[in-house]
Design a protein around this ligand. Structure first.
Ligand code: 8BR
Ligand code: GLC
Length: 497
């Protein structure tokens, strides 16, 4: 299909999905909301920081690849790695020292809603999905202020032991402190030098310094958990994220196993007697490999239906599942990386017993779906196109105020390079006899034990920010699928039987 034909498909998909959004009863979204302190790194900023911290120290620390930020040298090492590779990363810090140091030496440009669950809740409420029930275990007053003033946005609270829904601004805990992350955005083409090396940033991206105060728990109060079934009737699915915050061990003697068990219980409680309840997990950069693996094998596998990830996250996931070679070829920039990405997606679909895996990359999205997925491949393709238009809107405007803003994203052209990358995948699939060039044209390919849906995406030249675009992509596609899903009340069927 020519790019012009893809543009037509985009128009059709967006107008169809817009009409269908009203079919969604509601969505439960948990766990991570935080405040993002945004800083766009300019040439003068990076030069200043390098001169404060010192090139020699930074250079030595880069080779150690710190997985936690303990001091400014760790910070600078990870910043330079992210800028050198143009790759997104999120690195935790367990003290407030770095926050203070950044406040003294950098100062942020603006603050906005952060955290996958927070960003997705605001987005879905803004585009008019009926009931968005967002849940943040650490809802501070300052955090609540970042939720949009929308009448369809709710947060569960306990009043005299009973679960009631209130707007997040009326549901906060006055004793809770906010969690503030630093988002260091950098643009393609920025040049700088350190310890004799010259760097040019290859693409727009960001580094996240994620604060992990002691009180952070991915959890739910038992009384609230007990009454979760009361909201089940109001929702068609759930989007869950934030598991990267689980720690291996806690000071009170609990371990990650306790929180993994609670996380699974929440999912099962949300499903209740409805095994068809759609549960999407948005993956992210998880430095700790034990937690990364536990999330995939103990929470996602068997309990979750849909998984969203970017390319680096695919490599990270494959790595802990024991597919090091495939992981390596996903991130190396060779022509075959798109093929490896597809093979990786299939591995994840199978090994984690999922219904769909949605990978977003700069320029194209790949989705693989199980054969028994209730929706057609055309529906799945429309969901991806809708997601791409939504993401382009967010990249252009910074945030979306209304579903009609999506016309801004529709105006953004399909990315040539992404279209070219898809041709590489086509050559491979045709060579292997997996499909014909004609089958590939439409972006929907039926392979013997799964379906493959691929679309070239829309890429904004000069995005306001890159943080949160992945969330818009995954949430956009998932909500479009929910809107198209046949409504079968499994609980009622079970009762009758
Ligand atoms: P994560 O936040 O999960 O890393 O996802 C970021 C996604 O944003 C990428 O996969 C890419 O598809 C998308 N993206 C980026 Br980065 N820059 C973009 C741009 N300028 N326009 C549209 N999408 C973009
Ligand atoms: C992670 C980060 C958060 C950021 C979000 C964007 O959740 O912790 O700061 O806003 O990713 O996707």
């Amino acid at each position: 299909m020519e790019i012009a034909d893809w543009e037509k498909r985009y128009d059709e998909a967006v107008s169809t999905v817009k009409e269908q959004l009203g079919n969604v009863q509601g969505v439960f979204v948990a766990y991570n909301s935080n405040v993002d302190a945004m800083k766009h790194i300019r040439e003068s900023d990076i030069k200043k920081l390098i001169s404060i911290v010192g090139c020699r120290e930074i250079h030595a620390r880069i080779s150690q690849y710190p997985r936690e930020i303990k001091d400014p040298v760790d910070f600078m090492a990870r910043l330079i790695i992210a800028m050198r590779d143009g790759k997104a990363a999120e690195v935790p810090t367990y003290t407030t020292d770095i926050h203070d140091w950044l406040m003294d030496n950098l100062v942020f440009d603006s603050a906005r809603m952060g955290g996958q669950a927070g960003i997705i809740s605001n987005l879905l409420a803004t585009i008019g999905v009926k009931n968005i029930i967002t849940y943040v275990p650490w809802l501070a007053r300052e955090q609540a202020e970042y939720f949009v003033d929308s009448p369809n946005l709710w947060h569960p609270v306990l009043e005299n032991g009973t679960l009631v829904l209130k707007h997040p601004k009326e549901a906060y805990n006055p004793d809770q402190k906010p969690k503030i992350n630093w988002i260091l955005e950098f643009s393609k083409g920025l040049k700088f030098g350190c310890a004799g090396e010259e760097y040019v940033v290859p693409r727009d991206n960001r580094l996240i310094i994620s604060s992990r105060p002691k009180w952070i728990r991915i959890d739910m109060m038992p009384e609230m958990y007990e009454q979760l079934s009361d909201i089940r009737e109001d929702i068609d699915g759930a989007i869950l994220a934030g598991y990267q915050m689980i720690k291996e061990e806690y000071e009170d003697g609990t371990t990650y196993r306790d929180y993994v068990e609670h996380a699974v219980n929440v999912i099962e409680r949300l499903k209740g007697c409805n095994p068809l309840m759609r549960i999407h997990v948005e993956f992210t950069s998880i430095q700790n490999k034990v937690i990364r693996k536990a999330l995939l094998t103990d929470i996602v596998k068997k309990h979750v239906t849909s998984l969203g990830l970017d390319t680096v996250e695919v490599a990270n996931a494959l790595n802990v599942l024991g597919h090091e070679e495939l992981a390596y070829s996903v991130i190396n920039k060779g022509e075959d990386s798109i093929v490896s990405l597809y093979e990786g997606a299939v591995r994840l679909l199978k090994e984690l017993e999922l219904q769909r895996v949605h990978i977003h990359s700069l320029g194209y999205y790949i989705c693989v779906a199980a054969k028994d997925h209730p929706l057609s491949v055309d529906d799945q393709r429309q969901a991806l196109l809708f997601a791409s238009a939504l993401a382009a809107t967010q990249a252009t405007l910074g945030s979306i105020r209304d579903i009609d803003d999506i016309s801004v994203g529709l105006e953004v052209p399909v990315y040539d390079q992404g279209y070219e990358d898809l041709i590489e995948l086509e050559k491979y699939l045709v060579r292997r006899g997996i499909c014909s060039a004609e089958d590939f044209e439409d972006g929907c390919i039926s392979v013997y034990d799964h379906d493959l849906i691929i679309v070239p995406s829309k890429v904004v030249n000069d995005p306001v920010a890159t943080v949160g675009i992945g969330d818009a992509i995954s949430a956009g596609a998932f909500i479009a699928l929910l809107a198209k899903m046949p409504k079968i009340n499994e609980c009622k069927i079970t009762e009758v039987a």
